[in-house]
Ligand binder design. Structure first.
Ligand code: SF4
Length: 512
């Protein structure tokens, strides 16, 4: 046995030089293991660009560690000895090289963590310190609370981090949350910055060829891969956003526009979630931009809230509630995910735009996910599990810890309101207010019961009517049910019938 030698396994979403399990690494003695495996790439049909991102970033990270003098053992996807699973590779390497200690940082996926815990090796686990709030800390905060609310957790994180805080403990600007200033529709004159693009080097080109060959049956395009795969390029993407996107991000973070997949969004979530960026640095940069007068408070607060509020909150909820959380289906949905989610072949322009860009770029921003594709699935009564799989597969930044609570809890309200106090359901009016999608749609957004009426309208009221038993008692839904009760019976019936007809079409496998 090689006394005192450590084997440190680094997963594809743990590509951070300050990863807890790497901090005490001895370059003379220890070995870092990275593995590209079939099971992780195929357990859902991940978008080819997502696989390229992770494999290429892993290869670049391995090279960077080697350049620091660290011994790296890298198992590529097409290695004939590759067993195809992370635990399989860890056990294989350990039985060959007989390290005294095996080290690993907490996983981002309950399924993978369980399989590693059962692989028969005595792993020394490290807390993932890349999050501001550890699993234990979140669990203490949540203890004895009947319902959790992100807003209160977020305030704790503001206090803990000191971000946008006055010295007397009050929030800068006198308010914790400027969300109401972050919902402006896009003016016609607004010009989104051309997105920063990064050319694929030889390593990435090799991975693209591998992915084209091995994952040809996965939905999504691998053409034009221009996303950063190194820490340096991820910093450039971030710098580009600070210079050209952040000032307008606050105002227009909920806006949507035809053929504008990125608008003022940072597109950094995938780089952040695999470890190429550091959440503390991002927040500190945004705070500095506010303090030096480069951006308004609503832009700074809105961005910081996404990172130390929602992101940390869903991470905490995931680890607090798994594995039971994954089975939530409070509305008893049984309708399969329509085929057009995988192809974009629908006449609903909002859905075609959001799905089309998702298939092309493996990216859509949070309102497209929540209020277009997610909203439709909620209204149409799609099985939560199927929508979760779609989000996990299609988005470059989707890892189970972040995707599951966002989709099952926030989008589908399938956890019965544990994560969000009311369902994020909306008719076509919301989409019309926040986008230009409806102007070029075959459906009429102002109609609800005619043959050419926007499907979101009747489906919205159908959803409200069919789940009245569950939702009517929710005080945040009071106004919605008042509005329903005010409608003439004939109108309610017409909405119900059109909703029934649209759902029957979905059940028959037709597109809308
Ligand atoms: Fe979407 Fe309805 Fe607007 Fe068409 S009319 S883009 S379906 S919201």
């Amino acid at each position: 046995m090689n006394k005192n030698r450590r084997l440190c396994l680094v997963l594809g979403d743990q590509l951070s030089f300050d990863l807890a399990s790497l901090t005490e690494l001895d370059s003379q003695r220890d070995v870092v293991l990275l593995v590209e495996v079939r099971e992780e790439a195929r357990h859902v049909p991940h978008h080819p660009k997502k696989i390229v991102l992770i494999f290429s970033a892993m290869r670049h990270f391995a090279r960077a560690l080697q350049q620091q003098g660290i011994c790296v053992h890298y198992v590529s996807f097409d290695d004939p000895l590759n067993t195809g699973s992370v635990p399989g590779e860890l056990v294989r390497l350990q039985s060959q090289l007989q390290f005294e200690e095996v080290h690993l940082t907490e996983c981002g996926d309950w399924r993978l963590e369980q399989s590693l815990k059962k692989c028969g090796l005595a792993i020394q686990w490290h807390t993932d310190t890349r999050f501001l709030c550890s699993r234990d800390e979140f669990s203490s905060w949540a203890k004895d609370k009947k319902q959790l609310r992100m807003e209160f957790f977020y305030r704790e994180m503001r206090r803990k981090s000191g971000l946008l805080m006055n010295t007397n403990g009050s929030p800068v600007g006198g308010s914790w949350n400027f969300d109401t200033d972050n919902r402006k529709a896009l003016p016609k004159s607004a010009v989104a910055p051309y997105p920063a693009r990064f050319s694929a080097d030889a390593i990435t080109q090799d991975v693209i060829a591998l992915v084209r060959d091995q994952f040809a049956n996965h939905y999504g395009s691998v053409d034009v891969f221009d996303y950063p795969v190194t820490h340096a390029d991820a910093q450039s993407l971030w710098g580009y956003f600070l210079d050209f996107g952040l000032a307008a991000f606050g105002d227009y973070q909920d806006a949507m526009a035809c053929n504008e997949p990125f608008l003022f969004h940072a597109r950094i979530s995938a780089a952040l979630n695999i470890g190429l960026l550091n959440v503390r640095q991002l927040c500190s940069d945004v705070e500095s931009a506010y303090l030096t007068g480069r951006i308004k408070l609503n832009a700074a607060e809105g961005f910081i809230r996404q990172l130390i509020g929602w992101r940390e909150y869903v991470h905490g909820v995931y680890w607090l509630k798994m594995p039971d959380y994954a089975g939530g289906n409070v509305f008893g949905n049984s309708r399969p995910l329509p085929e057009f989610y995988w192809t974009g072949k629908t006449q609903m322009n909002c859905m075609r735009q959001a799905i089309g860009q998702s298939l092309e770029y493996a990216y859509a921003h949070h309102i497209q996910r929540l209020m277009v594709t997610g909203n439709f699935a909620l209204l149409a009564g799609i099985v939560p599990d199927e929508l979760c799989e779609w989000y996990l597969a299609i988005y470059m930044d989707a890892f189970d810890w972040v995707e599951l609570p966002n989709t099952l809890g926030m989008v589908m309200h399938a956890d019965g309101g544990y994560l969000g106090s009311k369902p994020y359901c909306a008719s076509g009016q919301y989409i019309n207010r926040m986008s230009d999608y409806c102007r070029s749609c075959v459906y009429k957004v102002r109609e609800s019961t005619t043959d050419d009426a926007c499907p979101f309208n009747a489906l919205y009221w159908h959803f409200i009517m069919r789940h009245s038993e569950i939702l009517r008692g929710n005080h945040r839904m009071g106004m919605t049910y008042k509005n329903l009760d005010r409608l003439p019976e004939s109108k309610r019936q017409a909405l119900w019938l059109r909703g029934q007809m649209l759902l029957a079409k979905l059940d028959a496998g037709e597109s809308l």
